[in-house]
Design a protein around this ligand. Structure first.
Ligand code: MIC
Length: 301
């Protein structure tokens, strides 16, 4: 049983190394702990935990309705089931700068490797929708200063997300990115970039790692990892991709059951029982019962 043998401190160090490597790193979004294990098994660099997914999973829109407790709890459940570093979407930080400080400490306690905090007003909106608003520079930089100051592990990654591009344009995004780095951001998430040239412009404006959000049905085209690497992006997330895929499959199966009176037509595309057992390492638990105590039950450390 090999899951979650890596400590949060080791994961944070690993994340720092990955971002310094000069090679772009892919972080698919997990929609539950089990999908994080799949991401891990497939050899990705890390796991992204999307605010939209956490909200949608509860049947809610992604407009800042989830609480710090809900986000930290679920993100912690995901993080402890994988040896990969996990980055979580902390929205606007859940309040004033003092709340942002507590948010960071709670996310550290939950075993995350880092988080991003954005400069939208609450209630926030998906970064790829119209009608967003951003806070002024002073408020935005205070959030980041509070976050950077609050962490106890210096390797916990504080990423500043700015949504200003869609509101005030590219020059404003470059200016804000620079100011957020000065305030202590370790990385920048420029939201809703229109094209590769815009990513390049942010790359040229700051000397910290930058992230690209390849969310479907949004404002950015779905660039390949090579295209993003070529313009100096360090990390790419696919935040809602697995939830959309899984829910798409669930809908097709339900339609089959309704139409055919059986799920038979969909069985071929399902994860088999054996594969599912493999993902939860069923065999390791059987071995435990025979006296081979060579694993820790995930989540009990
Ligand atoms: C990155 C994001 O904030 C998220 O919650 O994952 C969303 C993703 C989405 O709604 O597709 C975003 O604002 O881009």
């Amino acid at each position: 049983m090999l899951y979650a043998k890596t400590t949060p401190e080791q994961k944070r160090l690993k994340l720092r190394e990955l971002l310094a490597s000069g090679t772009i790193q892919q972080f698919p979004g997990a929609f539950n702990p089990l999908s994080a294990r799949l991401i891990d098994e497939k050899g990705f660099a890390g796991v992204y935990i999307s605010g939209a997914v956490l909200a949608n999973d509860l049947g809610l829109p992604d407009i800042g309705l989830t609480t710090l407790t809900e986000v930290a709890t679920r993100a912690g459940q995901i993080a402890r089931m994988t040896d990969l570093p996990c980055i979580v979407d902390a929205d606007t930080g859940f309040g004033e700068p003092m709340n942002v400080a507590r948010t960071v400490q709670e996310l550290e306690n939950a075993g995350l490797a880092g988080c991003h905090i954005e400069d939208q007003f609450n209630p926030k909106r998906c970064g790829h929708l119209d009608g967003k608003n951003v806070v002024d520079l002073d408020t935005a930089t205070k959030r980041i200063r509070a976050a950077a100051d609050a962490r106890r592990d210096p390797n916990f990654l504080i990423m500043a997300r700015t949504d200003i591009r869609a509101v005030e344009g590219l020059q404003a995004a470059k200016d804000r990115a620079k100011a957020l780095v000065e305030a202590g951001a370790d990385a920048i998430f420029p939201e809703a970039m229109k094209d590769l040239e815009e990513f390049q412009a942010i790359r040229d404006a700051v000397d910290v790692p930058i992230l690209a959000n390849m969310t479907e049905f949004g404002k950015s085209d779905l660039f390949t990892v090579d295209q993003l690497q070529a313009v100096g992006v360090n990390m790419v997330i696919y935040p809602v991709t697995l939830l959309r895929s899984a829910m798409g499959a669930a809908e097709r199966t339900l339609d089959s059951i309704k139409a055919d009176g059986t799920q038979e037509a969909q069985v071929g595309s399902m994860l088999t029982r054996a594969r599912l057992y493999d993902l939860v390492d069923y065999e390791a638990y059987n071995r435990f019962d025979t006296g081979v105590f060579n694993f820790r039950i995930p989540g009990t450390d």
